[in-house]
Design a protein around this ligand. Structure first.
Ligand code: ADP
Ligand code: ZN
Ligand code: ZN
Length: 755
C-alpha cells in the first residue's frame, strides 16, 4: 500500500455500468481497456490549448514507425526538451496536430506533462448583497448617512437596491457598470463589511430553446406506428422503425422522449454526425428546451466535463443527450431509452483510433446494461438490422406514407450514354436535367444537386504522354481544386500548386478528367447566371459555423441551387426543394466494397428524400450510364424489399454479414517488402488454425497512404459460430508476431465487424 498523495475527485465520476460497458467494448473489439477509457474520458478526446509534450525516450530503434509529420515533431523534441501545442501547430503548419500527438502517444514516444492537462474548473459568477444586519430600516438610514462624504459608495449602494428590486442576484460586473465606477469601490464596501459576496456556478454549455412548446398531434399513420412501437417494446428490447423519408419519424421520437422524461429517466439520442444536425437540435430544443444537452467533440474539455457531470447526477439539464457515437461513453445513471437515428449510416463505425467500435451495436449493449429500450430508426435500414427483425431478434414497425400524405417523389433515370450520343449534354448536364432545373427555378423552388466527389476534377492528365500527377505519399492521383489552383490528395492532405506543364514530358497539354462538386458549381454559374448557386462539401463547411450558415441561407431561400456531396443526404428538411438531381450514380455503384450496392441504394434514396416534402410531388433525376442497373431500378421504384432480398442472397452466397462476421487485419509499413512478408507470415499463422476462413493478404484499392504500404487479411466466421475461439487465435498470433524482430516496425490493426 502506498500513501495517498492527492485526492483527484471527491466523488465517483465513473459508474459501474460504464465500466462493464467499456469492458465489453475492449473484449468484443479486441483492444485494451485503456484504449476504451482514453476514448471515453473527456480529457483525452482532444488535447487542449495548454498541452505540453516531451519525449519519453531520446531514440527509437526504427524511425520508420513515424509518419512524416510525426517525425518532424519527434525531431523537434530532440532539440528542445518540451513543446507547447502551439509550437507543434507551427511545425506542422496547423494540420493534424491532435492526430499526430495522439499517434505519438500511442507509440509511447511522448508523454503529456500532467500538470497542464486541462483540469475541470467550474465557471463561477460573483454576486454581492447587503450584509443582513443592515436590513432594518433604522440601520440602513444610519449607514447611508455615514456615507455622505463617500458619494461613490453611496451610489453603488443605491444602484444595488434598484437592481435587486428587479433581480434575485446582482453580479459585481453588472453593478459596477450600472454605477459607472471601478471594482475598487465595491471592494471597499466589501472590506468595510457593508456588502458580502457569494458565488453561483454558471453553465459553460449554453442550454437554449423556447420553453416547452406543445408536442404536435400525430397523424393517424404516426399514431399507429407509435402504438405499435409501444406494443413491440412489451415483448422486445430493440425495435426498428422503418419509415420512409419525411414520414415524420422525428415527431414519433419526440412523443417517446416526452414519455420517458416524465418517468425521470434519461434519453440518449444518437446520430451519425452531430455537426450536420443543427436542424434537429433546434427542433428538439423547441419541445424540451434546456433539457437537451448536446455532446460534441468540438466542445472544450470543460464543456464536456460539465455535460458529463450533469448526466452523472441525472440533472434535468442533460436529461436528453444528443450526440454522435462518443456520447455512449457518458455516465448515464438512469437511462430509459436510446434512439439510434439513421441507424444504417456507416459513420457510426469508428475506424481510427482504436476502439474500432460500432456506435449502434455498442448502444444495444449499453441499453441492455441499463434495462433500457432501443429504437433504431431509418428510411433505409441496414441489411443487418432488417435481417434481425426477420429472425425475430428485433421488433419491426413500418411507416410507409409521408406526413401530410405527401407523395413520394417521382424518380426518373436519365441515360447519359444516350444523351452523349445524341449530343444532348451541356457539360455534365443532360438536357432533361436542365429542363427540370429551369422549370423549378421558374416556379421559385429550390434545387439540390448531388455529386459524391469534392474538388473540381479527380484526375489531371497529360494528353501527350498520358501521365497524371500522383500524391508523393499515397498511391492515388491528385484532385484538382480550381478555386485555389491546387492539386490535393484526399487521403493525406498533401497539396501543391497546379502544374503549368507535364512533369514527365514538359508539354503544356494538361487536361482534367472526371468531375467534382466544384466543377458542377462552376458550370451552374455559367448556365444560370441570374441565380444563386452554393456548394456544400468538406471544403465549404470547414469553419465552426459555416455549415449552419449555409443551412440558414437555404431556409431563407437565398439559395436557388445547392450542389454538394453526401452531406446533403443527412436529414435536411427544406420545404421549398422540389427537384433533386444526381449527377452521376455510377461511381457509387462501382465502389469496390461488398456494401457498395446497399450503400448506393441508401444514399440515393436519402438524397431523393430531400425532394418534395410539401404538397407538390417532388421530382428526382438520376443521371447514369447504366439505367438498367438493378439497384437503380430498385431506387426508382422505392423497392426496399426487393433490394433487401437481392442483396441478402448475394451476402449469403459470398459469405458476408449478416450471415458471416468479418474481421479485417491490416498490416502497414514504410517498406513494401517487409510489409508483404509480415502480412504473409500473419495470414499463414492464422490459416494454420482457422483454415479457409482466412483470406488474403490482399492490397486495398489504395495500396499506400501517408507513405505506409497497406495490405489486408480478412477473416470470415459463420455468425452461428462463437467468435471467442477466433479471437483467441488472433491474440495468440499477434503475440508471437510482436516478438519477431524483423517485423517490429510493422503496424497491425484489428477491426472487428469492419466497414
Ligand atoms: P423523417 O424524419 O421521417 O424524414 P420528419 O420527422 O422530418 O420526417 O417530418 C417531415 C416533416 O413533416 C417535418 O417538416 C415535420 O415538421 C412535419 N411533421 C411530421 N409530423 C408532424 C405532425 N404530427 N404534425 C405536424 N407536422 C409534422
Ligand atoms: Zn506529359
Ligand atoms: Zn496523399
Amino acid at each position: 500500500t502506498k500513501p495517498i498523495d492527492q485526492i483527484l475527485d471527491e466523488t465517483l465520476v465513473i459508474t459501474n455500468i460504464q465500466f462493464k460497458h467499456w469492458e465489453w467494448i475492449a473484449s468484443y473489439y479486441l483492444c485494451t481497456l485503456g484504449e476504451v477509457i482514453r476514448a471515453a474520458l473527456p480529457s483525452a478526446f482532444l488535447l487542449e490549448s495548454e498541452t505540453i509534450i516531451s519525449l519519453t525516450k531520446k531514440e527509437v530503434d526504427d524511425e520508420s514507425i513515424f509518419s512524416d509529420d510525426e517525425f518532424l515533431v519527434f525531431e523537434a523534441l530532440q532539440h528542445q526538451s518540451s513543446l507547447h501545442i502551439n509550437d507543434i501547430r507551427s511545425i506542422l503548419d496547423k494540420k493534424n496536430v491532435v492526430k499526430v500527438i495522439q499517434s505519438l502517444l500511442e507509440k509511447g514516444v511522448i508523454e503529456v506533462q500532467e500538470e497542464v492537462y486541462d483540469q475541470y474548473t467550474p465557471k463561477m459568477k460573483r454576486y454581492v448583497k447587503l450584509v443582513s444586519s443592515y436590513a432594518e430600516e433604522e440601520k440602513l438610514k444610519e449607514l447611508l448617512d455615514s456615507l455622505t462624504r463617500a458619494p461613490k459608495q453611496r451610489e453603488v449602494l443605491m444602484n444595488l437596491f434598484v437592481l435587486s428590486s428587479k433581480e434575485k442576484n446582482v453580479g459585481t460586473i453588472q453593478l459596477q457598470k450600472k454605477s459607472n465606477t471601478t471594482a475598487s469601490v465595491i471592494k471597499t464596501l466589501l472590506d468595510k463589511g457593508i456588502l458580502e459576496e457569494y458565488y453561483i456556478q454558471k453553465d459553460r454549455v449554453v442550454y437554449e430553446g423556447a420553453d416547452g412548446e406543445a408536442i404536435k398531434e400525430l397523424s393517424k399513420a404516426q399514431e399507429k406506428a407509435y402504438s405499435e412501437i409501444k406494443t413491440a417494446f412489451n415483448e422486445q428490447d430493440v425495435v426498428l422503425l422503418h419509415g420512409v423519408t419525411s414520414s415524420g419519424k422525428t415527431e414519433i421520437y419526440v412523443r417517446l422522449i416526452d414519455e420517458i422524461l416524465k418517468t425521470g429517466k434519461q434519453v440518449l439520442y444518437m446520430l451519425p454526425e452531430i455537426a450536420l444536425t443543427t436542424q434537429l437540435i433546434t427542433r428538439l430544443q423547441y419541445y424540451f428546451a434546456d433539457k437537451v444537452a448536446v455532446y460534441h467533440s468540438k466542445y472544450s474539455v470543460n464543456e464536456r466535463v460539465e455535460v458529463w457531470n450533469n448526466v452523472l447526477q441525472n440533472k434535468p439539464k442533460a436529461q436528453i443527450v444528443i450526440g454522435a457515437r462518443s456520447s455512449l461513453f457518458l455516465p448515464f445513471s438512469d437511462l430509459g431509452l436510446i434512439l439510434v437515428d439513421e441507424e444504417h449510416e456507416t459513420s457510426f463505425k469508428q475506424y481510427n483510433p482504436s476502439p474500432r467500435y460500432h456506435g449502434r451495436d455498442a448502444a444495444l449493449v449499453l441499453a441492455n446494461l441499463h434495462n433500457a429500450k432501443t429504437l433504431l430508426g431509418s428510411a433505409t435500414p441496414s441489411l443487418e438490422s432488417y435481417y434481425n427483425t426477420e429472425n425475430g431478434k428485433y421488433g419491426l414497425v413500418t411507416l410507409k406514407e409521408r406526413y401530410g400524405k405527401v407523395l413520394m417523389p417521382e424518380i426518373e433515370l436519365v441515360d447519359i450514354k444516350e444523351a452523349h450520343r445524341k449530343k444532348k449534354m451541356k457539360g455534365h448536364f443532360s438536357e432533361r436535367l436542365l429542363e427540370e432545373i429551369n422549370e423549378a427555378i421558374k416556379n421559385k423552388e429550390q434545387v439540390i444537386l448531388f455529386q459524391n466527389r469534392r474538388g473540381f476534377s479527380p484526375v489531371v492528365e497529360c494528353t501527350t504522354c498520358g501521365v497524371s500527377p500522383q500524391c508523393p505519399n499515397c498511391d492515388v492521383s491528385l484532385t484538382y481544386h480550381q478555386y485555389r489552383k491546387e492539386m490535393r490528395c484526399h487521403y493525406c492532405g498533401y497539396h501543391t500548386q497546379m502544374l503549368a506543364a507535364c512533369f514527365a514530358c514538359g508539354s503544356e497539354t494538361l487536361d482534367t478528367k472526371g468531375f467534382g462538386t466544384e466543377q458542377i458549381e462552376t458550370e451552374l454559374k455559367t448556365l444560370f447566371p441570374n441565380h444563386v448557386v452554393a456548394r456544400m462539401d468538406q471544403d465549404t463547411t470547414k469553419g465552426k459555423h459555416a455549415y449552419g450558415k449555409l443551412i440558414e441561407r437555404l431556409e431563407n431561400e437565398e439559395i436557388s441551387i445547392l450542389v454538394g456531396t453526401q452531406m446533403l443526404a443527412k436529414g435536411l428538411d427544406f420545404r421549398k426543394v422540389s427537384l433533386v438531381g444526381v449527377m452521376n450514380a455510377d461511381n457509387l455503384l462501382n465502389f469496390p466494397d461488398f456494401r457498395a450496392h446497399e450503400r448506393s441504394f441508401q444514399l440515393l434514396q436519402q438524397v431523393s428524400g430531400r425532394a418534395g416534402r410539401t404538397k407538390k410531388r417532388g421530382k428526382v433525376l438520376i443521371q447514369t450510364y447504366n439505367p438498367y442497373h438493378q439497384i437503380l431500378q430498385q431506387v426508382s421504384t422505392n423497392d426496399f424489399e426487393g433490394m433487401y432480398k437481392q442483396q441478402l442472397e448475394d451476402r449469403y452466397q459470398f459469405k458476408y454479414p449478416p450471415f458471416y462476421r468479418t474481421i479485417r487485419i491490416t498490416c502497414r509499413d514504410r517498406n513494401y517488402d517487409k510489409m508483404r512478408k509480415a502480412a504473409t507470415w500473419f495470414a499463414s499463422a492464422l490459416q494454420l488454425k482457422l483454415g479457409e476462413n482466412v483470406l488474403g493478404p490482399e492490397a486495398p484499392p489504395v495500396g499506400r497512404v501517408r507513405n505506409l504500404f497497406i495490405t489486408n487479411i480478412l477473416i470470415k466466421i459463420p455468425k452461428k459460430q462463437s467468435i471467442s475461439g477466433t479471437k483467441t487465435v488472433i491474440e495468440k498470433v499477434s503475440r508471437s508476431f510482436a516478438v519477431i524482430k524483423d517485423f517490429s516496425s510493422v503496424k497491425i490493426t484489428i477491426d472487428i465487424d469492419n466497414y
